[in-house]
Design a protein around this ligand. Structure first.
Ligand code: NAP
Ligand code: MG
Length: 482
Protein backbone atom coordinates (compact mmCIF):
# COMPACT_ATOMS: atom_id res chain seq x y z
CA UNK A 1 0.00 0.00 0.00
CA UNK A 2 2.59 2.52 1.15
CA UNK A 3 4.62 1.97 -2.01
CA UNK A 4 1.84 3.41 -4.17
CA UNK A 5 1.39 6.60 -2.18
CA UNK A 6 2.49 9.91 -3.68
CA UNK A 7 5.76 11.12 -2.19
CA UNK A 8 6.10 14.73 -1.10
CA UNK A 9 9.41 16.34 -1.93
CA UNK A 10 11.30 19.47 -0.96
CA UNK A 11 10.85 22.71 -2.87
CA UNK A 12 14.17 24.46 -3.39
CA UNK A 13 15.01 27.25 -5.82
CA UNK A 14 11.81 26.66 -7.78
CA UNK A 15 12.38 22.91 -8.21
CA UNK A 16 10.74 19.91 -6.56
CA UNK A 17 13.65 17.91 -5.23
CA UNK A 18 13.55 14.52 -3.58
CA UNK A 19 16.33 13.69 -1.20
CA UNK A 20 16.54 11.56 1.88
CA UNK A 21 14.63 8.43 2.85
CA UNK A 22 10.87 8.15 2.42
CA UNK A 23 8.58 8.04 5.44
CA UNK A 24 4.81 7.54 5.73
CA UNK A 25 2.49 10.30 6.93
CA UNK A 26 0.24 8.57 9.43
CA UNK A 27 -3.52 9.03 9.70
CA UNK A 28 -4.32 9.05 13.46
CA UNK A 29 -7.90 8.06 12.60
CA UNK A 30 -6.80 5.07 10.50
CA UNK A 31 -3.41 3.73 11.48
CA UNK A 32 -3.45 0.98 8.85
CA UNK A 33 -3.69 3.41 5.93
CA UNK A 34 -1.03 6.13 5.73
CA UNK A 35 -2.08 9.35 4.01
CA UNK A 36 1.06 10.03 1.99
CA UNK A 37 4.80 9.63 2.02
CA UNK A 38 7.44 12.32 2.28
CA UNK A 39 11.19 12.62 1.81
CA UNK A 40 13.13 13.41 4.93
CA UNK A 41 15.73 16.03 4.17
CA UNK A 42 18.86 17.07 6.00
CA UNK A 43 21.31 19.92 6.50
CA UNK A 44 22.50 19.73 2.86
CA UNK A 45 19.00 20.54 1.58
CA UNK A 46 18.69 23.35 4.12
CA UNK A 47 21.91 24.84 2.82
CA UNK A 48 20.65 24.67 -0.79
CA UNK A 49 17.35 26.25 0.27
CA UNK A 50 19.00 29.10 2.16
CA UNK A 51 21.30 29.75 -0.81
CA UNK A 52 18.28 29.83 -3.15
CA UNK A 53 16.39 32.18 -0.82
CA UNK A 54 19.40 34.49 -0.61
CA UNK A 55 19.71 34.55 -4.40
CA UNK A 56 16.00 35.34 -4.86
CA UNK A 57 15.92 38.12 -2.29
CA UNK A 58 17.07 41.04 -4.49
CA UNK A 59 14.44 40.31 -7.12
CA UNK A 60 11.51 39.54 -4.83
CA UNK A 61 12.15 42.47 -2.54
CA UNK A 62 12.26 44.82 -5.53
CA UNK A 63 8.86 43.78 -6.87
CA UNK A 64 6.50 46.69 -6.44
CA UNK A 65 3.94 46.17 -3.67
CA UNK A 66 1.06 45.74 -6.08
CA UNK A 67 2.80 42.80 -7.81
CA UNK A 68 3.64 41.11 -4.53
CA UNK A 69 0.06 41.69 -3.34
CA UNK A 70 -1.35 40.08 -6.48
CA UNK A 71 0.74 36.93 -6.05
CA UNK A 72 -0.33 36.51 -2.42
CA UNK A 73 -3.94 37.25 -3.24
CA UNK A 74 -4.00 34.63 -5.99
CA UNK A 75 -2.56 32.08 -3.55
CA UNK A 76 -5.12 33.02 -0.89
CA UNK A 77 -7.98 32.68 -3.35
CA UNK A 78 -6.87 29.22 -4.46
CA UNK A 79 -6.41 28.05 -0.86
CA UNK A 80 -9.94 29.23 -0.06
CA UNK A 81 -11.41 27.71 -3.21
CA UNK A 82 -9.84 24.35 -2.30
CA UNK A 83 -10.64 24.55 1.43
CA UNK A 84 -12.77 21.43 1.35
CA UNK A 85 -10.18 19.23 -0.38
CA UNK A 86 -7.26 20.58 1.67
CA UNK A 87 -9.30 20.60 4.88
CA UNK A 88 -9.99 16.89 4.48
CA UNK A 89 -6.27 16.25 3.91
CA UNK A 90 -5.51 18.29 7.04
CA UNK A 91 -8.07 16.30 9.06
CA UNK A 92 -6.53 13.07 7.83
CA UNK A 93 -2.96 13.90 8.79
CA UNK A 94 -3.61 15.94 11.97
CA UNK A 95 -6.83 14.39 13.29
CA UNK A 96 -8.98 17.45 13.92
CA UNK A 97 -12.53 17.12 12.62
CA UNK A 98 -13.46 17.74 9.02
CA UNK A 99 -15.26 20.98 9.93
CA UNK A 100 -12.25 22.16 11.91
CA UNK A 101 -9.90 21.20 9.07
CA UNK A 102 -11.92 23.02 6.42
CA UNK A 103 -12.34 26.06 8.67
CA UNK A 104 -8.61 26.21 9.28
CA UNK A 105 -7.75 26.03 5.57
CA UNK A 106 -10.27 28.74 4.77
CA UNK A 107 -8.69 30.91 7.45
CA UNK A 108 -5.23 30.25 5.97
CA UNK A 109 -6.50 31.52 2.61
CA UNK A 110 -8.01 34.59 4.24
CA UNK A 111 -4.68 35.30 5.96
CA UNK A 112 -2.86 35.35 2.62
CA UNK A 113 -5.46 37.76 1.25
CA UNK A 114 -5.31 39.90 4.37
CA UNK A 115 -1.54 40.38 4.11
CA UNK A 116 -1.87 40.94 0.36
CA UNK A 117 -4.02 43.96 1.16
CA UNK A 118 -1.95 45.16 4.12
CA UNK A 119 1.26 45.40 2.15
CA UNK A 120 -0.31 48.14 0.04
CA UNK A 121 -0.43 50.44 3.08
CA UNK A 122 2.26 53.06 3.47
CA UNK A 123 4.78 51.79 5.97
CA UNK A 124 6.91 54.86 6.62
CA UNK A 125 7.02 58.11 8.50
CA UNK A 126 8.45 61.57 7.86
CA UNK A 127 9.95 63.57 10.72
CA UNK A 128 11.17 67.15 10.68
CA UNK A 129 14.91 67.13 11.44
CA UNK A 130 16.52 69.30 14.13
CA UNK A 131 18.59 71.12 11.52
CA UNK A 132 16.94 73.53 9.09
CA UNK A 133 15.96 71.96 5.78
CA UNK A 134 16.47 68.43 7.03
CA UNK A 135 13.83 65.71 6.92
CA UNK A 136 14.18 62.30 8.55
CA UNK A 137 12.60 59.50 6.53
CA UNK A 138 11.72 56.37 8.46
CA UNK A 139 11.00 53.30 6.41
CA UNK A 140 10.66 49.56 6.77
CA UNK A 141 12.80 47.13 4.86
CA UNK A 142 12.51 43.34 4.65
CA UNK A 143 14.93 41.47 6.88
CA UNK A 144 16.15 39.14 4.13
CA UNK A 145 15.96 35.34 4.42
CA UNK A 146 13.49 34.24 7.08
CA UNK A 147 13.51 30.72 8.56
CA UNK A 148 10.03 29.48 9.50
CA UNK A 149 9.45 26.45 11.76
CA UNK A 150 5.90 25.35 12.59
CA UNK A 151 4.19 22.78 14.87
CA UNK A 152 1.79 20.02 13.85
CA UNK A 153 -1.39 21.29 15.51
CA UNK A 154 -2.31 24.02 12.98
CA UNK A 155 -0.84 22.68 9.72
CA UNK A 156 -2.40 25.42 7.55
CA UNK A 157 -3.05 28.48 9.71
CA UNK A 158 0.33 28.81 11.42
CA UNK A 159 2.38 28.42 8.21
CA UNK A 160 0.02 30.98 6.61
CA UNK A 161 0.37 33.56 9.35
CA UNK A 162 4.15 33.36 9.11
CA UNK A 163 4.75 32.88 5.36
CA UNK A 164 2.18 35.48 4.25
CA UNK A 165 3.62 38.46 6.17
CA UNK A 166 7.19 37.31 5.50
CA UNK A 167 6.54 37.43 1.73
CA UNK A 168 4.26 40.45 1.90
CA UNK A 169 7.01 42.62 3.37
CA UNK A 170 9.55 41.40 0.80
CA UNK A 171 11.46 38.63 2.59
CA UNK A 172 12.28 35.26 1.10
CA UNK A 173 11.49 32.13 3.06
CA UNK A 174 12.86 28.74 4.03
CA UNK A 175 10.01 26.81 5.63
CA UNK A 176 10.22 23.65 7.73
CA UNK A 177 6.79 22.24 8.59
CA UNK A 178 6.26 19.67 11.35
CA UNK A 179 7.05 16.14 10.24
CA UNK A 180 3.66 14.83 11.32
CA UNK A 181 1.75 17.08 8.89
CA UNK A 182 3.75 17.74 5.69
CA UNK A 183 0.79 17.27 3.31
CA UNK A 184 -1.02 20.51 4.13
CA UNK A 185 2.25 22.44 4.12
CA UNK A 186 3.24 20.96 0.78
CA UNK A 187 -0.11 21.96 -0.73
CA UNK A 188 0.25 25.58 0.39
CA UNK A 189 3.77 25.80 -1.02
CA UNK A 190 2.64 24.13 -4.25
CA UNK A 191 -0.07 26.77 -4.62
CA UNK A 192 2.49 29.54 -4.00
CA UNK A 193 4.82 27.96 -6.56
CA UNK A 194 2.27 28.65 -9.33
CA UNK A 195 1.70 32.34 -8.56
CA UNK A 196 4.59 33.57 -10.66
CA UNK A 197 6.86 34.49 -7.76
CA UNK A 198 10.58 34.21 -8.56
CA UNK A 199 12.24 30.81 -8.05
CA UNK A 200 13.74 30.68 -4.55
CA UNK A 201 11.26 33.13 -3.01
CA UNK A 202 9.66 30.29 -1.04
CA UNK A 203 11.57 27.14 -0.23
CA UNK A 204 10.47 24.18 1.84
CA UNK A 205 12.57 21.41 3.36
CA UNK A 206 10.70 18.46 4.88
CA UNK A 207 12.26 16.53 7.73
CA UNK A 208 12.80 16.36 11.44
CA UNK A 209 13.30 19.21 13.84
CA UNK A 210 16.56 17.86 15.16
CA UNK A 211 18.04 17.67 11.65
CA UNK A 212 16.32 20.14 9.30
CA UNK A 213 14.99 22.52 11.97
CA UNK A 214 18.29 22.68 13.76
CA UNK A 215 20.22 23.23 10.51
CA UNK A 216 17.93 26.14 9.66
CA UNK A 217 18.37 27.72 13.08
CA UNK A 218 22.15 27.31 12.94
CA UNK A 219 22.55 28.52 9.36
CA UNK A 220 24.61 31.73 9.37
CA UNK A 221 22.80 33.14 6.31
CA UNK A 222 19.30 33.02 7.83
CA UNK A 223 18.50 36.59 8.88
CA UNK A 224 15.56 35.95 11.21
CA UNK A 225 13.69 32.95 12.64
CA UNK A 226 10.01 32.61 13.44
CA UNK A 227 9.11 29.52 15.45
CA UNK A 228 5.93 28.13 16.96
CA UNK A 229 6.16 25.06 19.16
CA UNK A 230 7.12 23.91 22.62
CA UNK A 231 8.79 26.12 25.19
CA UNK A 232 11.77 23.79 25.56
CA UNK A 233 12.67 23.78 21.85
CA UNK A 234 11.93 27.51 21.65
CA UNK A 235 14.43 28.18 24.38
CA UNK A 236 17.22 26.36 22.51
CA UNK A 237 16.35 28.27 19.33
CA UNK A 238 16.49 31.61 21.14
CA UNK A 239 19.95 30.79 22.46
CA UNK A 240 21.24 29.71 19.03
CA UNK A 241 19.78 32.81 17.36
CA UNK A 242 21.16 35.12 20.03
CA UNK A 243 24.65 33.75 19.56
CA UNK A 244 24.71 35.21 16.05
CA UNK A 245 22.36 38.12 16.91
CA UNK A 246 19.57 36.97 14.58
CA UNK A 247 16.11 38.29 15.49
CA UNK A 248 13.80 35.56 16.72
CA UNK A 249 10.07 35.30 17.29
CA UNK A 250 8.76 32.46 19.44
CA UNK A 251 5.15 31.39 20.07
CA UNK A 252 5.27 28.69 22.70
CA UNK A 253 3.26 26.53 25.04
CA UNK A 254 0.41 27.49 27.30
CA UNK A 255 -1.56 26.40 30.34
CA UNK A 256 -4.61 28.53 30.03
CA UNK A 257 -7.34 29.13 32.59
CA UNK A 258 -11.01 29.89 32.17
CA UNK A 259 -12.48 31.58 35.26
CA UNK A 260 -16.19 31.08 35.92
CA UNK A 261 -17.66 33.48 38.50
CA UNK A 262 -20.93 33.17 40.42
CA UNK A 263 -22.66 35.67 38.15
CA UNK A 264 -21.63 33.97 34.88
CA UNK A 265 -24.10 32.97 32.18
CA UNK A 266 -23.79 29.25 32.90
CA UNK A 267 -24.96 27.99 29.51
CA UNK A 268 -22.31 30.06 27.87
CA UNK A 269 -19.71 29.11 30.48
CA UNK A 270 -20.32 25.40 29.86
CA UNK A 271 -20.22 25.83 26.09
CA UNK A 272 -17.00 27.84 26.28
CA UNK A 273 -15.43 25.33 28.64
CA UNK A 274 -16.22 22.42 26.31
CA UNK A 275 -14.93 24.36 23.31
CA UNK A 276 -11.78 25.57 25.08
CA UNK A 277 -10.84 22.25 26.62
CA UNK A 278 -11.83 19.64 24.05
CA UNK A 279 -12.23 21.04 20.55
CA UNK A 280 -9.35 20.14 18.27
CA UNK A 281 -8.83 17.32 20.81
CA UNK A 282 -7.42 19.86 23.29
CA UNK A 283 -4.38 20.16 21.03
CA UNK A 284 -4.34 23.92 20.88
CA UNK A 285 -1.85 26.27 22.50
CA UNK A 286 -4.90 28.36 23.45
CA UNK A 287 -6.87 25.47 24.99
CA UNK A 288 -8.33 26.33 28.40
CA UNK A 289 -7.80 23.09 30.23
CA UNK A 290 -7.91 24.67 33.67
CA UNK A 291 -11.33 25.75 34.93
CA UNK A 292 -11.37 27.96 38.04
CA UNK A 293 -14.91 28.13 39.39
CA UNK A 294 -16.19 30.16 42.33
CA UNK A 295 -17.89 28.32 45.17
CA UNK A 296 -21.44 29.62 44.67
CA UNK A 297 -21.78 28.11 41.22
CA UNK A 298 -19.20 25.32 41.36
CA UNK A 299 -21.46 22.29 41.88
CA UNK A 300 -24.04 23.31 39.31
CA UNK A 301 -21.34 24.17 36.78
CA UNK A 302 -19.64 20.80 37.25
CA UNK A 303 -22.96 18.94 36.84
CA UNK A 304 -23.81 20.78 33.65
CA UNK A 305 -20.31 20.49 32.25
CA UNK A 306 -20.25 16.75 32.92
CA UNK A 307 -23.57 16.36 31.12
CA UNK A 308 -22.26 18.33 28.14
CA UNK A 309 -19.05 16.29 27.98
CA UNK A 310 -20.96 13.00 28.07
CA UNK A 311 -22.77 14.01 24.88
CA UNK A 312 -19.53 14.76 23.00
CA UNK A 313 -18.72 12.12 20.40
CA UNK A 314 -15.09 11.02 19.95
CA UNK A 315 -13.88 9.12 16.89
CA UNK A 316 -12.46 9.30 13.34
CA UNK A 317 -11.90 12.85 12.16
CA UNK A 318 -13.94 12.55 8.97
CA UNK A 319 -17.03 11.06 10.65
CA UNK A 320 -19.57 13.92 10.53
CA UNK A 321 -21.04 12.89 13.92
CA UNK A 322 -17.67 13.29 15.67
CA UNK A 323 -16.75 16.44 17.63
CA UNK A 324 -13.44 15.24 19.07
CA UNK A 325 -10.98 13.59 16.69
CA UNK A 326 -8.01 11.42 17.64
CA UNK A 327 -4.85 12.42 19.47
CA UNK A 328 -2.20 13.15 16.83
CA UNK A 329 0.18 10.22 17.39
CA UNK A 330 1.20 7.41 19.73
CA UNK A 331 3.77 9.54 21.53
CA UNK A 332 1.30 12.31 22.28
CA UNK A 333 -1.28 9.74 23.34
CA UNK A 334 1.16 8.15 25.79
CA UNK A 335 1.97 11.59 27.16
CA UNK A 336 -1.72 12.49 27.69
CA UNK A 337 -2.46 9.12 29.27
CA UNK A 338 0.54 9.69 31.52
CA UNK A 339 -1.13 12.89 32.73
CA UNK A 340 -4.32 10.95 33.48
CA UNK A 341 -2.18 8.74 35.73
CA UNK A 342 -0.57 11.80 37.29
CA UNK A 343 -3.98 13.31 38.07
CA UNK A 344 -5.17 10.13 39.76
CA UNK A 345 -1.92 9.84 41.73
CA UNK A 346 -2.21 13.46 42.84
CA UNK A 347 -5.61 12.70 44.35
CA UNK A 348 -7.85 14.52 41.88
CA UNK A 349 -11.27 12.97 41.23
CA UNK A 350 -11.58 11.69 37.66
CA UNK A 351 -15.27 12.54 37.29
CA UNK A 352 -15.22 11.59 33.61
CA UNK A 353 -12.60 9.04 32.66
CA UNK A 354 -10.56 9.47 29.50
CA UNK A 355 -10.97 6.15 27.72
CA UNK A 356 -9.86 4.63 24.45
CA UNK A 357 -12.82 4.47 22.05
CA UNK A 358 -13.45 1.65 19.60
CA UNK A 359 -14.15 2.70 16.02
CA UNK A 360 -14.34 0.94 12.64
CA UNK A 361 -10.73 1.96 12.03
CA UNK A 362 -7.70 1.69 14.32
CA UNK A 363 -6.87 5.12 15.77
CA UNK A 364 -5.78 7.15 18.80
CA UNK A 365 -9.32 7.89 19.99
CA UNK A 366 -9.23 9.15 23.56
CA UNK A 367 -12.51 10.43 24.98
CA UNK A 368 -12.61 13.73 26.93
CA UNK A 369 -11.56 13.47 30.57
CA UNK A 370 -12.55 15.74 33.46
CA UNK A 371 -10.81 15.99 36.81
CA UNK A 372 -12.58 17.78 39.68
CA UNK A 373 -11.52 18.54 43.28
CA UNK A 374 -8.12 19.60 42.03
CA UNK A 375 -5.71 21.92 43.83
CA UNK A 376 -3.46 24.71 42.62
CA UNK A 377 -0.06 23.07 42.77
CA UNK A 378 -0.97 19.78 41.07
CA UNK A 379 0.99 18.98 37.91
CA UNK A 380 -2.28 18.58 36.00
CA UNK A 381 -2.88 22.25 36.86
CA UNK A 382 0.56 23.58 36.06
CA UNK A 383 1.81 21.62 33.02
CA UNK A 384 0.54 21.77 29.45
CA UNK A 385 -1.23 18.45 28.76
CA UNK A 386 -2.15 19.15 25.10
CA UNK A 387 -4.95 16.62 24.92
CA UNK A 388 -8.66 16.25 25.75
CA UNK A 389 -8.25 16.69 29.50
CA UNK A 390 -9.63 19.47 31.74
CA UNK A 391 -9.46 20.17 35.47
CA UNK A 392 -11.83 22.03 37.76
CA UNK A 393 -10.61 23.86 40.86
CA UNK A 394 -13.07 25.41 43.32
CA UNK A 395 -12.01 28.93 44.33
CA UNK A 396 -13.52 31.21 46.96
CA UNK A 397 -13.80 34.34 44.86
CA UNK A 398 -12.44 36.39 41.98
CA UNK A 399 -9.26 37.33 43.84
CA UNK A 400 -8.32 33.72 44.45
CA UNK A 401 -9.10 32.89 40.80
CA UNK A 402 -6.88 35.69 39.53
CA UNK A 403 -4.05 34.66 41.85
CA UNK A 404 -4.22 31.13 40.44
CA UNK A 405 -4.33 32.36 36.84
CA UNK A 406 -1.14 34.28 37.51
CA UNK A 407 0.60 31.55 39.48
CA UNK A 408 1.86 29.96 36.24
CA UNK A 409 5.07 29.91 34.24
CA UNK A 410 2.92 30.37 31.13
CA UNK A 411 1.06 33.47 29.98
CA UNK A 412 -0.66 32.91 26.63
CA UNK A 413 -4.38 33.50 27.20
CA UNK A 414 -6.91 33.57 30.04
CA UNK A 415 -10.70 33.78 29.98
CA UNK A 416 -13.32 34.97 32.41
CA UNK A 417 -17.07 34.42 32.47
CA UNK A 418 -18.83 37.19 34.39
CA UNK A 419 -21.50 39.86 34.11
CA UNK A 420 -19.41 42.30 36.12
CA UNK A 421 -17.83 45.06 34.08
CA UNK A 422 -15.66 45.99 37.06
CA UNK A 423 -14.16 42.50 37.42
CA UNK A 424 -13.83 42.02 33.68
CA UNK A 425 -11.89 45.28 33.47
CA UNK A 426 -9.73 44.29 36.41
CA UNK A 427 -9.03 40.93 34.77
CA UNK A 428 -8.00 42.51 31.45
CA UNK A 429 -5.53 44.72 33.29
CA UNK A 430 -4.16 42.19 35.78
CA UNK A 431 -4.13 38.73 34.19
CA UNK A 432 -0.47 38.15 33.26
CA UNK A 433 -1.16 36.91 29.74
CA UNK A 434 -0.89 38.13 26.17
CA UNK A 435 -4.62 37.79 25.47
CA UNK A 436 -7.73 37.86 27.67
CA UNK A 437 -11.14 36.65 26.58
CA UNK A 438 -14.22 38.07 28.30
CA UNK A 439 -17.28 35.80 28.05
CA UNK A 440 -15.61 34.08 25.10
CA UNK A 441 -13.82 30.77 24.60
CA UNK A 442 -10.04 31.05 25.00
CA UNK A 443 -9.39 29.76 21.47
CA UNK A 444 -10.23 31.20 18.06
CA UNK A 445 -8.54 34.59 17.73
CA UNK A 446 -8.90 36.97 14.79
CA UNK A 447 -6.04 37.28 12.31
CA UNK A 448 -6.12 41.07 12.15
CA UNK A 449 -5.37 41.36 15.89
CA UNK A 450 -2.02 40.77 17.62
CA UNK A 451 -1.41 37.22 18.82
CA UNK A 452 1.11 36.06 21.41
CA UNK A 453 1.92 35.41 25.03
CA UNK A 454 3.99 36.53 27.99
CA UNK A 455 6.34 34.60 30.32
CA UNK A 456 7.20 31.11 28.97
CA UNK A 457 4.50 31.39 26.28
CA UNK A 458 6.24 33.80 23.96
CA UNK A 459 9.33 35.79 23.11
CA UNK A 460 9.83 38.56 20.60
CA UNK A 461 7.31 40.64 18.64
CA UNK A 462 3.65 39.62 18.34
CA UNK A 463 2.30 37.79 15.30
CA UNK A 464 -0.63 38.66 13.03
CA UNK A 465 -2.43 41.86 12.16
CA UNK A 466 -0.44 45.03 11.65
CA UNK A 467 1.88 43.83 14.44
CA UNK A 468 3.39 41.18 12.17
CA UNK A 469 5.52 43.80 10.45
CA UNK A 470 7.48 44.41 13.67
CA UNK A 471 9.19 41.08 13.12
CA UNK A 472 9.20 40.82 9.33
CA UNK A 473 10.66 44.26 8.69
CA UNK A 474 13.60 46.29 9.91
CA UNK A 475 13.18 50.01 10.58
CA UNK A 476 15.78 52.25 8.95
CA UNK A 477 16.04 56.03 8.82
CA UNK A 478 17.55 58.46 6.34
CA UNK A 479 18.48 62.12 7.03
CA UNK A 480 17.88 64.22 3.93
CA UNK A 481 18.92 67.84 3.39
CA UNK A 482 16.99 69.44 0.56
P1 NAP B 1 7.82 21.11 19.06
O1 NAP B 1 8.11 19.72 19.37
O2 NAP B 1 8.53 22.18 19.80
O3 NAP B 1 8.05 21.29 17.50
C1 NAP B 1 7.76 22.48 16.81
C2 NAP B 1 8.56 22.50 15.52
O4 NAP B 1 9.95 22.60 15.83
C3 NAP B 1 8.41 21.25 14.66
O5 NAP B 1 8.47 21.60 13.31
C4 NAP B 1 9.63 20.46 15.08
O6 NAP B 1 10.02 19.51 14.11
C5 NAP B 1 10.65 21.55 15.22
N1 NAP B 1 11.82 21.21 16.03
C6 NAP B 1 11.95 20.22 16.94
N2 NAP B 1 13.20 20.23 17.45
C7 NAP B 1 13.88 21.24 16.86
C8 NAP B 1 15.21 21.76 16.98
N3 NAP B 1 16.09 21.24 17.82
N4 NAP B 1 15.55 22.82 16.21
C9 NAP B 1 14.66 23.37 15.37
N5 NAP B 1 13.39 22.92 15.22
C10 NAP B 1 13.00 21.88 15.96
O7 NAP B 1 6.25 21.40 19.25
P2 NAP B 1 5.06 20.49 18.69
O8 NAP B 1 5.05 19.24 19.49
O9 NAP B 1 5.12 20.38 17.23
O10 NAP B 1 3.81 21.43 18.99
C11 NAP B 1 3.19 21.50 20.22
C12 NAP B 1 3.65 22.70 21.01
O11 NAP B 1 3.48 23.90 20.25
C13 NAP B 1 2.84 22.93 22.25
O12 NAP B 1 3.66 23.27 23.34
C14 NAP B 1 1.95 24.10 21.89
O13 NAP B 1 1.48 24.83 22.99
C15 NAP B 1 2.83 24.89 21.04
N6 NAP B 1 2.06 25.80 20.20
C16 NAP B 1 2.11 27.13 20.47
C17 NAP B 1 1.37 28.02 19.72
C18 NAP B 1 1.42 29.49 20.01
O14 NAP B 1 1.14 30.25 19.11
N7 NAP B 1 1.79 29.93 21.20
C19 NAP B 1 0.57 27.56 18.68
C20 NAP B 1 0.52 26.18 18.43
C21 NAP B 1 1.29 25.32 19.20
P3 NAP B 1 9.42 18.00 14.05
O15 NAP B 1 8.26 17.95 14.99
O16 NAP B 1 9.06 17.84 12.63
O17 NAP B 1 10.53 17.08 14.46
MG1 MG C 1 7.14 17.57 19.06
Amino acid sequence: MAGSLPTLTHYIGGEWISGGDRYPVENPSDLDNPVLEYSRGDAAQVDLAVTAARAAFPEWSSWVPRERAQALDVAGQEIMARSEELGVLLSMEEGKTRAEGIGEVRRAGEIFRYFASRLLDAEGELLAGFQPGVTVEVRRKPRGVVGIITPWNFPAAIPAWKIAPALAYGNTVVFKPAELVPGTAWSIVEILSRTGIPAGTVNMVLGSGSEVGNALVEHPDVDAISFTGSTSIGRTIAVAAASRLAPVQLELGGKNSLVVLDDADLDRAVANAVNGAYYSTGQRCTASSRLLVTAGVHDEFVDRLAEAIRSVRTGPSLDPAVQVGPVVDARQLASVQGYLEVGRAEGATELIAGEMIEAPTRGHFLSPALFVDTAAGMRINTEEIFGPVATVTKVADYDEALAQVNDSRYGLVAGIMTGSLRLANHFKANAQVGMTMINMPTAGMDYHAPFGGTKDSGYGPREQGSYAREFYTEVVSAYVRS
